[in-house]
Design a protein around this ligand. Structure first.
Ligand SMILES: [Zn+2]
Ligand SMILES: [Zn+2]
Length: 453
C-alpha cells in the first residue's frame, strides 16, 4: 500500500499511514505498533505510539517503526512521510505533539469535507504548529469541533477521525476562513517548501550545518547591514553545539535572511550571506506566532519578557519568570524563542553582589512574600528586613527586592488587556509590513511559486 500525496509538499504523514494500515487490519494503533516491533528489544515494553511524533519524529524512536513498516509493507519511500532527513538537526519544539492544554489535532475543514476514501490523506505538513492554513484550500486549519468546540485527540482511528469524538458532528465543512495575515502566509509558504524538500531528499542532513550557519552569521563582514538586537543577543548567548534549533527558530532566521529553512540546513554559508545588505534587516522584530490555545497567555509572556528585557533594573532568573507565568521553559522556547533568548542573555550578563543561587533564593522569598500579603502594594521594607534576617547584606537584599518588584510590576501591567492588545497590534503591524515586503520580493524572484487562491 503506497504512501498517499495530494501534491508536492503534501505527502501523507507516516502517522496517518499507520492509522490506515491499522484500519485495514482492524487493529488498534497500539496493537499495530507491537506487531511491528515484535522482533525488537522494545517488543511489549513502552508500546505507546499514539502520538504522531512516535511515527514521524523528529526526536523520538520513530526510525524503528519506520523501518519495520518499510520491511512489512515493501514500500520503500515511507520515510518521506516523516522528519527522517532532519531528525538529527531539528529540535522537537514547534511540532504538534501534545495533548495537554486542551489542544490536540489541527485539520483543514475543507479537506475533511471533501474527503475521498480512495485518495485522501492527512499530510506531514499538518504536523507543524505554526502552519495556519491548508495550501490546497487556503482555509485556516481548525482545532475544535464547529458544533461543541471540543478539541480532538491525535489518536482517533482512521474511520472516526472526521467526526467529533464528543458530539459526533462532522468536522468537515466549507465555511472555513481564509488566511489573510501576511506573516502567516509567508510562514505557510515557507513550511510547504520545506515539506516539499523533505519529500525530495534522500540522505539525512549533516548535523554541523546549523552551527556553521550561526558561525557565518556571527562573522558577517563589517560592511554588512547591522543585525537586529535579538539576533545579536541570540548568537552571543547560544552555544549552537548544544542546542538543536526548533522549527520556530529556523523560521525566524529564514525570515531575517530572506531564505528557506532547508537552505539554512543544507547550504549554511549561502543562507548566511543572503540578506547581508538588507538595510531593513535590523528592523525585523521576529515573527509573531500565535497559538490558538495560548492566545492571551502568549501575548502576556511576550509582553512580560519584553518589558523586563528592556528595563534598566536587575531582572529575576528565567526559571522564576516561567514559574510566575505558569509555563514550562520548553513552551516559552516554542512560542517566543527570540524573547526567551534575549531575556536569558540579559539575565546572564547582569552583575549581582552575590552568587546566582543566592540571588535566586532571595527573589523566590520575595515573590512568596508578595503573594501572601493581602495588600495591593508590595511591601518593600518587609521584604528587605526578611532577607536581612536571612543573612543578606543590605546591598544584596536590595538587588533581590528590586528584581522581584520589576517582575511584579510587569505581571501587573500585563493584566491590563487594553495594554496587551495595543502591544500585540504594534508587533502585528510590524510583522505584517515586513511580510508584505518579503512576499513581494518572493513574487518577483520566483514567479512560478503558486499564489494563494
Ligand atoms: Zn484543505
Ligand atoms: Zn463536537
Amino acid at each position: 500500500m503506497p504512501l498517499r500525496t495530494a501534491g508536492p509538499g503534501l505527502q501523507e504523514s507516516l502517522h496517518h499511514y499507520a492509522l490506515r494500515i491499522a484500519d485495514i487490519g482492524c487493529v488498534s494503533l497500539r496493537a499495530l505498533e507491537s506487531m511491528l516491533l515484535r522482533s525488537s528489544d522494545r517488543a511489549g515494553i513502552n508500546c505507546n505510539a499514539v502520538f504522531p511524533s512516535s511515527w514521524i519524529g523528529p526526536r523520538s524512536k520513530f526510525r524503528e517503526l519506520l523501518s519495520a513498516l518499510e520491511r512489512d509493507t515493501g514500500v520503500d519511500n515511507l520515510r518521506i512521510g516523516t522528519f527522517h532527513v532532519v531528525a538529527d538537526v531539528l529540535g522537537r519544539g514547534g511540532t504538534r505533539r501534545r495533548q495537554v492544554r486542551g489542544e490536540g489535532r489541527a485539520w483543514c475543514p475543507a479537506c475533511y469535507h471533501l474527503w475521498d476514501e480512495g485518495t485522501s490523506c492527512e499530510p506531514l505538513l499538518w504536523a507543524f504548529d505554526m502552519l495556519t492554513a491548508c495550501p490546497i484550500h487556503d482555509t485556516r486549519l481548525e482545532t475544535s469541533c464547529p458544533e461543541c468546540n471540543s478539541s480532538q485527540s491525535f489518536s482517533v482511528p482512521y474511520r472516526s477521525r472526521r467526526q467529533c469524538t464528543d458530539c459526533g458532528a462532522r468536522l468537515g465543512h466549507l465555511h472555513g476562513l481564509m488566511e489573510r495575515d501576511k506573516q502567516n502566509r509567508w510562514v505557510n509558504q515557507t513550511l510547504l517548501s520545506f515539506a516539499r524538500w523533505i519529500g525530495d531528499t534522500r540522505e539525512p542532513v549533516n548535523s554541523g550545518s546549523y552551527v556553521q550557519f550561526i558561525h557565518h552569521v556571527r562573522n558577517r563582514p563589517p560592511e554588512a547591514s547591522p543585525l537586529p538586537e535579538w539576533a545579536v543577543r541570540y548568537h552571543s548567548n547560544q552555544r549552537p553545539d548544544l542546542a538543536l534549533p526548533t522549527i520556530s527558530t529556523l523560521l525566524n532566521w529564514a525570515a531575517l535572511q530572506g531564505t528557506t529553512v532547508q537552505e539554512i540546513l543544507c547550504d549554511p554559508s549561502t543562507a548566511a550571506s543572503t540578506g547581508l545588505f538588507d538595510s531593513q534587516s535590523n528592523q525585523f522584530d521576529g515573527l509573531l506566532f500565535r497559538r490558538r490555545d495560548l492566545t492571551l497567555p502568549l501575548r502576556k509572556v511576550v509582553f512580560v519578557l519584553s518589558e523586563l528585557a528592556s528595563s534598566s533594573c536587575l531582572v529575576p532568573p528565567p526559571s522564576i519568570v516561567w514559574l510566575e507565568l505558569g509555563l514550562w521553559c520548553s513552551v516559552v522556547e516554542d512560542v517566543c524563542p527570540l524573547e526567551r533568548s534575549a531575556y536569558a542573555e540579559k539575565y546572564r550578563t547582569q552583575k549581582h553582589s552575590m552568587s546566582a543561587q543566592r540571588f535566586k533564593r532571595g527573589v523566590t522569598s520575595c515573590m512568596r512574600r508578595f503573594k501572601k500579603s493581602a495588600s495591593d502594594v508590595d511591601d518593600r521594607d518587609g521584604c528587605l528586613s526578611l532577607l536581612m534576617s536571612l543573612g543578606y547584606s543590605a546591598d544584596s537584599a536590595n538587588e533581590c527586592v528590586s528584581a522581584s518588584m520589576a517582575l511584579r510590576a510587569a505581571l501587573y501591567r500585563a493584566m491590563d488587556n487594553a495594554k496587551l492588545e495595543e502591544f500585540d497590534a504594534i508587533r502585528a503591524a510590524r510583522a505584517s509590513a515586513w511580510a508584505t515586503n518579503k512576499l513581494e520580493e518572493k513574487g518577483k524572484r520566483t514567479p512560478e511559486e503558486p499564489t494563494s487562491g
